[in-house]
Design a protein around this ligand. Structure first.
Ligand code: ZN
Length: 259
């Protein structure tokens, strides 16, 4: 955490949320590993060290699936109020199958994406999450040679998710990891953001999905440009689960004016 805070300050990032995974599928390598009290103690330690230079948010990326939702509910009920922000993310398909390239082997794209979007919809409607992580993440794992994902095919499905988000005040994340990985575009990309803005949506968070200090802040400036081009003027930020809106203009580095 200290390394990431240092990297954030160096990159001109003003606010960072540590959203460690909270895994609920027993076959996940992270299952049973999450220790909330140790996490909160670690957050306190970096706040003491970096709090004067950086806003440090306590966050969690909670794995959601309707098959594990009793366990998810237990977690958010017990610990939810101690975080600044809670992300809900879908990583698994039915039966504990992780949505990695092998999952596509004997399935059509519809057979992967439609059940996935159903789970995202359920995550939104659960009311447990402030924002939804990496909205179209299966595209990250499309096997080589089958990179034919076109969000337009799923526009109606995605717009139903947006309707639920807007009705409930749930945001979604622009995850910049896709810019530095195979999709070469954020998760989700500009087309989807534009549909959301056209539907009247305004609640978007940004995240780099940094699993290491080297990528803290990566792709954020480009993402802010993209959001503005799509008609989004502010990003959502959270303190103790309360949302506030930060104008994109305020997030840009100040350009010194001379003469
Ligand atoms: Zn995730």
């Amino acid at each position: 955490m200290a390394e990431s805070c240092q990297a954030a300050v160096a990159a001109g990032v003003t606010e960072i949320a540590f959203t460690d995974h909270v895994d609920h599928v027993p076959s996940d390598l992270g299952y049973g590993y999450y220790r909330p009290e140790d996490y909160f103690a670690a957050i306190e330690a970096v706040r003491n060290e970096f709090g004067d230079r950086l806003a440090i948010l306590a966050g969690a990326e909670v794995d959601f699936h309707s098959e594990t939702c009793d366990e998810v509910e237990r977690f958010v009920t017990r610990y939810g109020s101690r975080y600044d922000v809670v992300i809900g993310s879908v990583h698994y398909a039915t039966g504990g199958a992780i949505i990695f390239p092998e999952h596509f082997a004997d399935r059509t794209l519809d057979e992967v994406f439609l059940p996935y979007f159903n789970q995202v919809q359920a995550a939104v409607e659960s009311g447990w999450f402030d924002t939804i992580g990496h909205l179209d993440i299966p595209k990250r794992y499309l096997p080589t040679g089958r990179r034919s994902y076109d969000p337009l095919v799923y526009r109606d499905r995605i717009e139903r998710i947006f309707a639920a988000m807007i009705a409930r005040g749930v945001a979604f994340e622009i995850n910049t990891s896709g810019l530095r990985q195979a999709p070469q575009t954020s998760l989700p990309g500009p087309a989807i953001v534009r549909w959301y803005a056209d539907a009247g949506g305004t609640l978007i968070t940004t995240g780099t999905d940094s699993h290491a200090a080297q990528t803290v802040g990566a792709g954020i400036a480009k993402t802010l440009d993209m959001l503005e081009l799509c008609g989004i003027e502010a990003v959502a930020s959270f303190r103790q689960r309360r949302r506030r809106s930060v104008p994109i203009d305020e997030l840009r580095p100040r350009i010194p004016v001379s003469g």
